[in-house]
Write a protein that binds this ligand. Structure first.
Ligand SMILES: Nc1ncnc2c1ncn2[C@@H]1O[C@H](COP(=O)(O)OP(=O)(O)OP(=O)(O)O)[C@@H](O)[C@H]1O
Ligand SMILES: [Mg+2]
Length: 331
């Protein structure tokens, strides 16, 4: 079973914080606010959440591409936050591959050289690396474009090259940021079939950021990220367009629970609640002094970049992508 607690962890993070420091007037951005995650070998996990909630930041911190401001990341039972230089590179190379939101190919190398590059970095001879690159491009229905430079490829083709590059090293874990976002539905499904096959037959683990129903349905579970915190977990039947259904709230080891914004609005908003029932597996709260329903409204300006929403009821800031918070009406 994929959730078996005795199974080996492929990826763990604890107390993960990330702050983008800025000298600009609007100051620092806290992108991750104390995340915990434990992925078992062979699991497929999706991360869902609005634009600006920290999904890409999380992936980069988990894969060792960016050092988190605080907290630890353990990859294949090695604490990455303690490793440096060559050791870190070696651990990454043999365990994990990335698929970025925007292909992220080397612009001066053609498709097959881009795909072969990670193998060459591992010391595989160039001829052998190119042969395997051609096979992988074939698997992704891209052999005819093998000699094209990235700038000559469409967005979807670049994405397929990036996927081929990620798969070529036979990684045990794939971290993917909207991997099918740039693909048409048919190609997207073909890529997902490859992921499924790798997951089911070879036990490759996946952590995938996605807005796609199909991709989320492939995952064993989905974590809902809001403003840098995991607020809930969803099972395999997640509806990415309506996260209010079927979610389970998460309480961490410190006892922290963060309510999804829509749920906070439903219970009446922030304030004081007394504990009516607290027993094993059960907690009921009784509102005592809270801002009543109707007093919470969408914030008029973006707290991150000060964008003025005017009359719009957008949920995400069009200029910086942060999710729009609910605030108390000034009446
Ligand atoms: N290099 C950076 N410098 C400063 N702030 C950043 C940087 N990258 C991201 N941010 C901010 O950190 C927050 C999280 O960004 P992130 O890119 O992780 O969001 P996301 O969930 O991946 O969004 P999207 O769905 O649009 O890709 C946002 O408020 C964003 O503006
Ligand atoms: Mg992103």
């Amino acid at each position: 079973m994929s959730n078996d607690s005795t199974k080996k962890s492929i990826l763990e993070a604890d107390g993960l914080y990330h702050v983008y420091e800025s000298k600009a007037e609007d100051g620092n951005v806290v992108a991750l606010r104390g995340l915990y995650i434990n992925m078992k070998e062979g699991e497929a996990v999706a991360v869902v959440g609005p634009s600006g909630s920290g999904k890409s930041t999380l992936l980069k911190c988990l894969g060792g591409l960016m050092k988190p401001s605080a907290g630890s990341v353990t990859l294949d039972e090695n604490n990455m936050t303690r490793l440096k230089g060559k050791e870190l590179v070696r651990l990454r190379q043999k365990t994990v591959s990335f698929i970025f939101q925007d292909g992220n190919l080397l612009p001066h190398l053609n498709a097959r050289d881009n795909v072969a590059e990670p193998l060459r970095n591992q010391g595989v001879r160039s001829k052998e690396a190119l042969k395997r690159a051609d096979e992988m491009l074939e698997r992704l229905s891209m052999p005819h474009r093998a000699r094209a430079l990235p700038m000559m490829l469409s967005g979807g083709e670049q994405q397929r090259v990036a996927i081929a590059r990620a798969l070529i090293t036979n990684p045990r874990l794939i971290l993917a940021d909207e991997p099918t976002g740039a693909l048409d539905p048919v190609t997207g499904r073909a890529v997902l079939d490859i992921f499924k096959e790798l997951n089911e037959k070879e036990g490759v683990s996946f952590l995938i950021v996605t807005h796609s129903k199909e991709v989320a349905a492939f995952a064993n579970r989905s974590l809902e990220l809001r403003d840098g915190r995991f607020v809930a977990e969803h099972g395999a039947e997640i509806d990415v367009e309506d996260l209010t259904e079927g979610r389970e709230l998460l309480i961490d080891d410190l006892g922290t629970v963060t309510l999804p914004p829509d749920l906070l609005v439903r219970i009446g908003g922030s304030g004081r609640y007394s504990v009516a029932v607290a027993e094993s597996g059960m907690l009921t709260l009784q509102g005592e002094s809270y801002s009543t329903i109707g007093e919470l409204v969408l914030s008029a300006t973006c707290p991150a970049c000060k964008h003025d929403y005017g009359d719009s009821d957008e949920q995400e800031c069009p200029s910086c992508g942060s999710s729009r918070p609910m605030v108390e009406a000034s009446s």
